[in-house]
Design a protein around this ligand. Structure first.
Ligand SMILES: Nc1ncnc2c1ncn2[C@@H]1O[C@H](COP(=O)(O)OP(=O)(O)OP(=O)(O)O)[C@@H](O)[C@H]1O
Ligand SMILES: [Mg+2]
Length: 950
């Protein structure tokens, strides 16, 4: 399309054509006019010639008729003169018009009136054809070339009467001249007019044409330059078929067709995919209905490729339908890619362990991921829209505390990043849950304070064994301060008394990554040795490499000592059991021996020698009984007579005795507290015990010294030093016997309470003294402690428990009245040891009692069943078969409620023996007993029976 649609060329072309046409038309018109002019001129010339000839002919006739023969010739001459005169008038024919008259004679043609342009008689007019033809009698006209060479129009006619020929002639140039002038003027006018007209036309039409052209070009360009595809179709066959009238470049590109190849083709042929698509259907509908339609995104299958389109279809006023559409394929792809990528990002974000939250300018939550749900304990839907109640600071990492709906507190580190969201300023918050870290920190703190306050020593060393940390307990136990040990080797604690193999084993075990456990005898800074139960474990870094060793140690010196004491106590117990058992059996034997000896004694009348032998045997048996009593004392099975006792008073009573025992070389110092607690002990045995201690002290100070006896109250607190020596917490009266003697080594101290343990020469000591003390004090509920240093002396303390209020207030049991024989009483004697039973039976029978005997409880019950009366049951506590003594007693008591029961036993009194029997109805006779002991006891009990109301 030309930018200057009607340029000079067009203008010239149009003008030239117009001029050509006008000139042609004018030429033809002028030619026609000219032809008509020539004809008219020819006519006029012919008429002039005709008139002239007629006139001359008439004149000639007239002249003939009037003058006869003479006259005739003159007349003719006159006529000819007239004619020539008249002929001059022909000059008015025009500039070149003339009338020539000529006659012929023998000399030839001679011109009466020759051409003005030629002097008369000029030979050149001789063969002037029109004249010749006129002279030849022809009348007519012709265009000929005259003697000048000019083309002339001639008319000729003869005047036979005069013998003249007439030729009227005029130059054709003169005839043409007005026509040429008119033509020239017309042509010039036409050119000017046409030029002007054209100019005017162009001046008027050019802008319009230009605008139209511009508009056309604009719309064409617009159509072709459109980004959207454009199709223009003409519906034919009532809209059933669309014929493509135009498609734009975008459509070419989108549909892969060439405009030139598809124009004029049917849409279904050129672009079958489009024709089949929603767009094609819409074009068909719009073609018939004329109602524009939007075509939503749809797919087009063309050439095996699927693409996405969207557009609209409308009808032009020309009846053509236009489809404008966009290719959404890329957009769709991008959308899919975006959706994919969004899904990917979403899943990445959702899978993040860190909570991610987007808040707007007003701190309202716009987005929260799953981790945020968990952190805040609320589903996303609840989180969205609520105000994020923490200040958002960009750049810094802030720590926030989140109270979850379940009241648990979570800790998070928060970082904020500015971001755009929906075109507005937002913040993206990253929240890292540091609760575990926080808790771990807390745990670490707790752990550290636990270690700092641990009752066990904790020491951490590097792999070389250099100490890096020790806890306060370590410094407390070892006596080394923190700076004194840090950086040092734990060797500083070595006592030198541990087998080197133990250390080797320790290092091998922990070096191999295992935990070593064992006991070590270590040395304090003070040099004091102490036992530690150690557990040494390797500490590994994240990669499993051993970096440190931790040793946790417990001071077990005390425990070791306790264990040792326990071992000793157990040994003592075992010894006690053993000793007790022997003593019991031995007592039975002695009881028989003594009883029989006494009976024998009675049988020997006055034989002094026999009496002496028997007395010796009785003495020996009694010494034996004493010995077994001491053993029973150690075994805590001696028969005690505990009473509320004032220890200070008891010892004060002994002072004289003690002075005598100690001799002059030993000073005795008494520090006896006045108001000591009352204690429930057997006072006789207490004196015995003190005496034993004093004798030992004397023996330990052969060269004299000081003996101290103190009595005092002591309240033993749990965990105090005394409890470490086996004393139970409680209130005690303490008797201390101290000397300044030789003291004892530890291995002796450990054994001094063992029966028969003595360091004294044979015959000097029995080794039972302290055993008795120990047994007595233990049996009384107390404890003995020893504290001895070689060369410095020994201190032995007796802890006797404070009597309970009930014990103090209990009424004193008065001694029964002196024994008195009373016959007629029935006594049941139950004893499984036949000899013992026989002895007892004989003794009692001698007193006049009626005796029923039994060897077992079963037998006893059988016998009792047949009795009419029973006053007293004398039974051993331990019976070998069936029931024991107390059970039997209760059984019999049920039948004989008033029966008295006397128990006998080789063991100490069991407080439960009399339970179930009325108080005062039973008593105890320890074995071995003398005859008098038995008879006195029986008599006393029967007397009490008599005194009692029942
Ligand atoms: N005060 C003391 N100082 C030093 N050693 C003592 C002291 N008391 C007891 N011992 C040691 O304890 C041992 C046992 O004492 P224990 O009283 O039991 O028997 P014994 O004195 O040797 O003989 P016994 O007391 O039967 O005559 C003594 O042999 C003695 O070695
Ligand atoms: Mg002794």
């Amino acid at each position: 399309v030309n930018g200057a649609p009607l340029g000079r060329r067009s203008f010239l072309l149009l003008s030239s054509i117009t001029i050509l046409i006008v000139v042609t038309v004018a030429g033809i018109a002028i030619g026609l006019l000219y032809a008509a002019g020539i004809a008219a001129e020819r006519q006029r010339l012919a008429e002039i010639v005709d008139i002239q000839t007629s006139v001359l002919a008439s004149l000639a006739r007239a002249a003939d008729a009037g003058g006869g023969a003479n006259g005739g010739e003159a007349g003719r001459r006159a006529v000819i003169a007239h004619v020539v005169g008249a002929a001059d008038a022909f000059h008015r024919l025009g500039d070149s018009g003339e009338l020539m008259i000529a006659g012929v004679d023998a000399s030839g043609v001679h011109y009466l009136i020759p051409s003005r342009h030629t002097p008369a008689g000029t030979a050149s007019l001789q063969d002037f054809q029109p004249m010749l033809r006129a002279l030849a009698g022809e009348t007519g006209s012709a265009v000929v070339t005259d003697h000048r060479g000019a083309t002339v129009l001639t008319a000729f006619a003869p005047a036979p009467a005069l013998g003249l020929g007439f030729v009227a002639k005029i130059d054709r140039a003169e005839i043409i001249a007005p026509y040429l002038r008119a033509g020239a003027i017309a042509a010039a006018s036409a050119v000017v007019l046409i030029g002007l007209g054209s100019l005017l036309f162009f001046a008027i039409t050019d802008p319009i044409v230009r605008r139209i052209a511009q508009a056309e070009a604009r719309f064409r360009e617009l159509f072709h330059s459109m980004g959207s595809g454009g199709l223009i179709c003409e519906p034919v066959d009532d809209g059933g078929i669309c014929v493509l009238r135009d498609i734009n470049r975008a459509a070419e590109r989108i549909d892969g067709v060439l405009r030139d190849t598809v124009l004029g083709c049917r849409l279904g042929t050129a672009m079958p995919g489009v024709a089949r698509s929603a767009m094609g259907e819409a074009m068909e509908r719009v073609g018939t209905s004329g109602v524009a339609e939007q075509v939503p995104p749809h797919t087009v299958e063309q050439g095996g490729v699927t693409s996405w389109r969207q557009g609209h279809v409308y009808r032009l006023s020309s009846g053509e339908t236009v489809a404008v559409y966009d290719d959404l394929t890329e957009h769709k792809k991008a959308e899919l890619t975006l959706r994919d990528s969004e899904a990917r990002w979403r899943s990445i974000i959702e899978l993040q362990n860190d909570a991610m939250i987007v808040v707007d300018k007003d701190n309202r939550i716009r987005f929260a991921n799953r981790a945020a749900e968990i952190m805040f304990g609320k589903p996303t839907e609840q989180l969205k829209g609520i105000v994020f109640g923490y200040p958002v600071v960009v750049g810094d990492i802030a720590e926030i505390e989140i109270i979850q709906p379940n009241r648990r507190i979570a800790y998070a580190e928060m970082q904020a990043i500015p971001m755009r969201w929906d075109g507005e300023d937002h913040f993206l918050l990253f929240l890292r849950d540091v609760s575990a870290h926080r808790r771990a920190e807390g745990d670490l703190r707790k752990l550290f304070s636990a270690i700092e306050q641990s009752p066990a020593s904790v020491m951490i060393t590097d792999v070389q064994g250099n100490i890096e940390y020790v806890n306060p307990k370590f410094t407390e136990t070892s006596g080394f301060t923190y700076p004194e040990v840090v950086g040092k080797n734990p060797r500083v604690l070595r006592s030198g008394k541990v087998d080197p193999e133990v250390y080797q084993d320790l290092w091998q075990t922990i070096g191999a990554g295992s935990v070593w456990r064992g006991e070590l005898l270590n040395k304090k800074k003070s040099g004091e040795l102490f036992w530690e139960q150690a557990s040494v474990a390797p500490v590994r870094d994240a990669r499993g490499k051993i970096t440190h060793y931790v040793s946790v140690k417990e001071d077990i010196t005390e425990r070791k000592a306790t264990e040792e004491r326990l071992r000793l106590a157990q040994k003592m117990n075992a010894l006690g059991e053993l000793t007790g058992g022997i003593a019991h059996d031995f007592n039975n034997l002695l009881a028989i021996i003594l009883g029989n000896l006494q009976l024998l004694d009675e049988m020997c009348d006055d034989d002094a020698e026999k009496h002496e032998l028997i007395a010796d045997a009785v003495w020996s048996a009694e010494r034996g009984a004493e010995l077994t009593n001491r053993l029973l004392a150690f075994a805590r099975r001696q028969h005690l007579h505990p009473a509320i006792t004032d220890v200070t008073r008891v010892i004060r009573e002994m002072t004289v005795l003690l002075r005598r025992t100690l001799g002059e070389r030993i000073d005795i110092r008494e520090e006896l507290a006045r108001d000591v607690h009352k204690t429930m002990v057997d006072p006789g045995q207490l004196q015995n015990a003190v005496l034993n201690l004093v004798v030992n002290a004397r023996d330990a100070m052969p060269n004299g010294g000081v003996l101290t006896i103190t009595t005092e109250n002591a309240a033993v607190e749990p965990g105090s030093d005394d409890t470490h020596h086996g004393v139970q917490p409680g209130d005690y009266v303490v008797i201390t016997v101290g000397d300044t003697g030789m003291g004892m080594p530890a291995d002796v101290t450990d054994r001094i309470f063992e029966p028969f343990f003595t360091t004294k020469k044979f015959g000097k000591g029995s080794g039972l003294g302290l055993s008795m003390v120990y047994g007595f004090v233990s049996q009384s509920g107390g404890q003995v402690t020893v504290d001895s240093r070689i060369g410095r002396g020994t201190r032995i303390r007796l802890f006797l428990p404070k009597a309970t209020a009930a014990e103090v207030e209990a009424p004193r049991v008065e001694r029964p009245p002196p024994p008195r024989s009373d016959g007629g009483h029935v006594i049941l004697v139950v004893e499984d040891e036949d000899r013992v039973r026989k002895t007892a039976v004989r003794v009692l029978q001698k007193q006049g009692y009626h005796i029923v005997e039994a060897g077992s409880a079963g037998e006893a019950l059988e016998r009792v069943a047949k009795l009419a009366r029973l006053d007293l049951l004398f039974t051993d506590v331990v019976l070998s078969k069936g029931m024991n003594g107390p059970d039997l007693a209760r059984e019999i008591h049920r039948r004989w409620p008033d029966v008295r029961v006397l128990f006998t036993s080789g063991y100490a009194q069991n407080p439960l023996i009399g339970s179930g029997l009325p108080s005062g109805h039973h008593d105890m006779l320890p074995k071995p007993y003398r005859r008098e002991d038995l008879t006195n006891k029986v008599r006393a009990m029967l007397a009490a029976e008599r005194d009692s109301p029942g």
